[in-house]
Design a protein around this ligand. Structure first.
Ligand SMILES: [Fe+2]
Length: 238
């Protein structure tokens, strides 16, 4: 086999393997995704102990409980997206654990200390056009997280008209779900459950929010944004 042909074959195999993993992770049986970095990678914003417990205990439990709830039910053939789109019908166990799995998977992927905001990126331009500046967006996300009573999430999401917006949700809800008053595709999320910050910040949710909004992986958010704009899901939610 020629060197070039061998290289192309290897690339195709890696692509197909990645695609298979990605797709299988989104259907029953659901799997805990790889974290992609060490537990201490986000220190000092998030300490290693919080990361380890949050990922390996909390998120893993959502995945386990989701599989237990879906197993043998009429929803076994549903994708994670479809479960969330039909949260009213699936019942509380699937509704909460599907959200827990999706929300945490996004949360891990949009955190980094090494991927700053780029005003020239697609999402960078949209943030400035919509909110005026990154600081204005941070203030809105901070307020959304701070005013969410009890446990929940703060979101930056693409509305069905493709505009950006900020909201918060209770428990493990998110804007994809049919139970949500705000509908759209999330591109950035902040976990404001106490388990996300209590070890380091105790009851000071505001301090956690201020810190974590400076640890966003804007390259990942940009990818989420460009994918959301062309997603058929937006039409489904209209
Ligand atoms: Fe969490």
């Amino acid at each position: 086999m020629k060197k070039h042909t061998r290289k192309v074959t290897v690339i195709i195999i890696i692509f197909l393997a990645g695609l298979t993993t990605m797709l299988s992770a989104q259907n029953y049986p659901f799997e805990l995704p790889k974290l992609g970095y060490e537990y201490n990678a986000l220190e000092p914003v998030i300490d290693a102990a919080t990361m380890e417990i949050h990922y390996s205990k909390h998120h893993a439990t959502y995945v386990k409980n989701l599989n237990n709830a879906v197993k043998g039910s009429k929803f076994e053939g549903y994708s994670l997206e479809k479960l969330m789109l039909n949260a009213k019908e699936t019942g509380e166990a699937i509704h909460n654990n599907a959200g827990g799995h999706f929300n945490h998977s996004m949360y891990w992927s949009i955190l980094s200390l090494k991927s700053p905001f780029n005003p020239e990126s697609e999402v960078g331009k949209a943030v400035i056009q919509t909110f005026g500046s990154l600081d204005s967006l941070k203030k809105l996300l901070n307020k959304a997280g701070l005013t969410r009573f009890g446990s929940g999430w703060a979101w930056l999401y693409v509305k069905t008209n493709k505009e950006l917006a900020v909201c918060s949700s209770p428990n493990q809800d998110n804007p994809i779900m049919d139970v949500s008053p705000e509908r759209g595709i999330p591109i950035l999320c902040i976990d404001v459950w106490e388990h996300a910050y209590y070890l380091k910040y105790q009851n000071k949710r505001a301090d956690y929010l201020n810190a974590i909004l400076n640890a966003i992986n804007w390259e990942a958010v940009n990818k989420n944004y460009t994918e959301a704009l062309v997603s058929p899901l937006l039409k489904t939610m209209k």
